[in-house]
Design a protein around this ligand. Structure first.
Ligand code: ADP
Length: 266
């Protein structure tokens, strides 16, 4: 059975994944750098080592993400928009809308019953509406990204973050802290502000059920909760053991498998 790889060089993180048939052999996540080719090599090598597979035994490699053209060992590259559709469809065949919330851009993606791209809308001009917005806020609040979800579900009415611009929203957060506003109230307000942006983007494209959220920000259940309320639609869940951040790399590996003769996904 063919072994294929997906290497997703995002603006914030780089992901690599090895696929054999329907089995994900291994996936790794690393920080992106100013040298995408080197980062691609590093995450791919970590994958090969962890899976105990030699590079020559990988049949086809697809690069994707922001730095997709800079994966020197890839046979070809494909836009991450198509890859997220294919990756989400691998687990959830009835999904028609994929919302990929990454570090520097967010995409609402419409797919057909095979996970093929039909349409998309994208926000990449502004930090608000992307993972960067929350990264800035956790730095200001001196907390970790991984704490956001717990804080979101603690008691307290969400406060209103009036400014859509991340720079002004940051000043607003500093004021709220100085006024003694509780952290859960601020975090809920931030999640609602982010979700408003993303919901508007998704609605612009058209929300077709079922919907799933992918990308690194999907690890934050507080954002999922806020988005669910804004869209009035419960997003489908990926399997518990699957990190939503690797869905683009998975889609790339699936597309790679489609390049193989007699591939089941082909
Ligand atoms: P890209 O592909 O654009 O590099 P990713 O899909 O890897 O982006 O997502 C990166 C974003 O994921 C970061 O900006 C960060 O906000 C968010 N993120 C990463 N890990 C976590 C976590 N454990 N909890 C909440 N958010 C996270």
């Amino acid at each position: 059975m063919a072994v294929t790889a997906g290497v997703d060089i995002g603006s914030t993180t780089s992901k690599a994944l090895l696929l054999k048939g329907d089995d994900i052999l291994v996936s790794v996540i690393g920080q992106s750098s100013t040298n995408p080719a080197k980062t691609a090599r590093e995450v791919y090598d970590r994958c090969l080592t962890e899976a105990g597979i030699k590079e020559e035994d990988v049949d086809y490699v697809v690069g994707t993400g922001y730095g997709r053209a800079k994966v020197p060992f890839a046979h070809t590259n494909v836009s991450e928009i198509s890859c997220h559709g294919k990756g989400a469809h691998f687990f959830l065949t009835d999904v028609r809308t994929v919302v990929d919330i990454g570090g520097q851009d967010t995409k609402a993606i419409m797919v057909d019953d095979k996970g093929n791209l039909l349409d998309f809308a994208m926000n990449d001009k502004c930090a608000a509406g992307t993972g960067r917005f929350l990264e800035m806020m956790v730095r200001t609040l001196e907390i970790e990204l991984s704490e956001l979800a717990d804080l979101h579900f603690q008691e307290g009415e969400p406060c209103t973050i009036g400014n859509m611009c991340s720079v002004f929203a940051e000043s607003e957060v500093i004021n709220l802290v100085n006024e003694g506003t509780s952290l859960p109230r601020i975090i809920k307000g931030l999640h609602i502000s982010l979700a408003s942006r993303i919901a508007a983007l998704t609605k612009r494209m058209g929300v077709e059920p079922e919907l799933v959220i992918t990308g690194g920000v999907a690890k934050n259940k507080g954002v999922i909760d806020a988005l669910q309320k804004k869209l009035n639609l419960k997003p489908r869940s990926l399997p518990e053991n699957i990190d939503p951040q690797i869905i683009g790399a998975l889609g790339a590996a699936i597309i790679a498998a489609g390049k193989m003769p007699q591939s089941p996904s082909g």
